[in-house]
Structures are given as C-alpha cells and as structure tokens.
Design a protein around this ligand. Structure first.
Ligand SMILES: Cc1cc2nc3c(=O)[nH]c(=O)nc-3n(C[C@H](O)[C@H](O)[C@H](O)COP(=O)(O)OP(=O)(O)OC[C@H]3O[C@@H](n4cnc5c(N)ncnc54)[C@H](O)[C@@H]3O)c2cc1C
Length: 250
C-alpha cells in the first residue's frame, strides 16, 4: 500500500447518474496494482473527522499486474453523499489524497474451467480491469459468464467493452439481467429480473467453477447464499460489497 495524490483530469457521463472519472497519479512510489483492486479516496466529514471512500480501479489493465500513471473510476452519485459532493465539484487540476491499492478481489493464479463474474452497477468495473487476463484464460479454454444486473439498459456500464469480447470469443457470455425495464429491441442474452433469478436456473460444480460477486450488498449476500446452497464451497465464492465506512462520532 502506498499514499499518493490524484489530480482530477476529467469526467465523462456513463448514464444519467454515473460517471467515469479520470485522475493522474502523482506519487513518489510507483503505484503498482493487480486488476480487481481498489483505492481509497481520503476526505473529511463535515465535522472535520478524517474518513475515506473506496473505489475499484476501472482501467483496463494491460497485464494482470501493472504500474498505473492514471486511474479511472466509475462513480454512481448518491444523493447527499460525502464523496458525491466532493467528486462532483472537482475541476481539472484539483487534488485529492488517496491510498492503495487494496483488496484481494482478483483472479486467482489457479485456473478454473468456468468463471461466473457477477455484478450490479459500478460493481462491474473490477471485471473490466481484468479483461486482458480474462482473454488469456478464454484462449486457454475457460468458459466465462459475465452476469450484469441493472434496472435498465443505460445501467449496463461498459457494455460495449464486454460485447467486444463476446464477439471475439465463443466461450465468453455476457448476460444482462434487467430488473425494471427491458430494451425495446432485446439484445443477445438479455434476461428480465435480478441476477439471482439467472443464477437460480444454473447448476454449479465445485470441481470446475468459481464465482465472483461485486456491487450492491443485498445482491452479494443473496447470491452468496444461493451459490452456497447449490454446492459451491465458500472458498470459491469471492465477494466485494460496495458500502461506505460508518460515520465517525466523538
Ligand atoms: C471495496 C469497495 C469498492 C467500491 N467501489 C466503488 C466504485 O467503483 N464505484 C462506486 O460508485 N462506489 C464504490 N464503492 C462505494 C463507495 O465507496 C461509496 O460508498 C459510495 O460512492 C457512496 O459514497 P458517498 O460518500 O457519496 O455517500 P455516503 O456519504 O457514504 O452515503 C450517503 C447516504 O446514502 C446511502 N448510500 C450509500 N451508498 C448508496 C447507494 N449505492 N445507493 C443508495 N444509497 C446509498 C448511505 O447509506 C447514506 O445514507 C465501493 C465500496 C467498497 C467498500
């Protein structure tokens, strides 16, 4: 883990409540991260207490482990949120203290036959970071299911990146699960309902499968229970819940 500054570069809308934010890394030590890890952005509560918010690194890593000169995050605005207020008012050149990388939500060195990469919302960004290593595993014969939950099609963040992989590899399956509104023109593998509904239809094999769950805590908990009930050992269900730390009090 290292401490560094992030210099705000720009912000691009992903949909009407999420943006992609790019920062330049200003660090004495090189920032070396593994695809799937996250950084902490440090800030102060309104009463002055130091706190932080965590964000997965959304860059597509050139290799599984890479030195990053720039960091991209996908941020969903939360009404009244501390980081939301801070990040939505940043201008090019503004600085933010940060630390990282953190986390073990990364591809394990041992290869599996089937990967289930399950996400809601910005929880899909670790899988975007992993794309090049996922391609390596596809070329070695793995079957990969990217199961993406969103209310509607605009919520399918980075869909074009995953569709491009789906086009290039028969063994990569992008499964959008739309819980509120289907597309007028359904796209390949579109499903209605939560990701849990799709998972409930499958059988899992402890000898060949591994699952990753990232994003909304409710989705992570429910899917974890479901996969466990279907016989996947807990060591083969990796989880990352997107929550804020508790508010600090005197
Ligand atoms: C390891 C990790 C990685 C994460 N990566 C990302 C990421 O890549 N992108 C991202 O956008 N977030 C990510 N998060 C969540 C992020 O850290 C913040 O929790 C989130 O951005 C809200 O911060 P905030 O300060 O704006 O709102 P807060 O001040 O934390 O919250 C304000 C209010 O909104 C509620 N709230 C918080 N989050 C939500 C929500 N999602 N929906 C509805 N209400 C909410 C809170 O309970 C609180 O009442 C991650 C969290 C973890 C632990």
């Amino acid at each position: 883990m290292t401490s560094f500054s992030l210099v705000f570069k720009d912000q691009i809308p992903l949909n009407d409540h999420s943006v992609s934010i790019r920062f330049q890394v200003d660090s004495v030590m090189p920032l070396i991260a593994i695809a799937g890890q996250f950084v902490r952005l440090h800030m102060q509560q309104d009463d002055g207490f130091d706190t932080f918010r965590s964000y997965s690194i959304a860059n597509i890593f050139p290799t599984e482990k890479a030195e990053l000169a720039e960091i991209e995050i996908a941020m969903t605005w939360v009404e009244g949120g501390l980081a939301t207020r801070k990040l939505s008012s940043m201008q090019p050149g503004d600085r933010l203290e940060a630390s990282g990388p953190y986390g073990r939500f990364c591809l394990l060195p041992d290869h599996h036959q089937r990967y289930f990469l399950i996400a809601t919302g910005t929880g899909v960004t670790p899988y975007r970071a992993m794309l090049n290593e996922l391609k390596n595993r596809l070329e070695q014969g793995a079957e990969i299911y990217l199961v993406m939950g969103a209310q509607d099609a605009p919520g399918l963040l980075y869909e074009a990146d995953f569709r491009a992989v789906e086009k290039a590899y028969d063994n990569f399956h992008y499964i959008p699960c739309l819980s509120r509104r289907m597309r007028d023109e359904p796209a390949l593998n579109d499903r209605s309902g939560y990701v849990q509904k799709f998972l409930a239809e499958l059988d899992f094999d402890a000898d060949s499968d591994i699952a990753y769950l990232c994003g909304n805590p409710g989705m992570v908990d429910e899917s974890f229970a479901l996969l466990k009930d279907k016989g996947l050992p807990v060591t083969l269900i990796k989880r990352e819940k997107y929550v804020s730390p508790p508010v600090k009090k005197k």
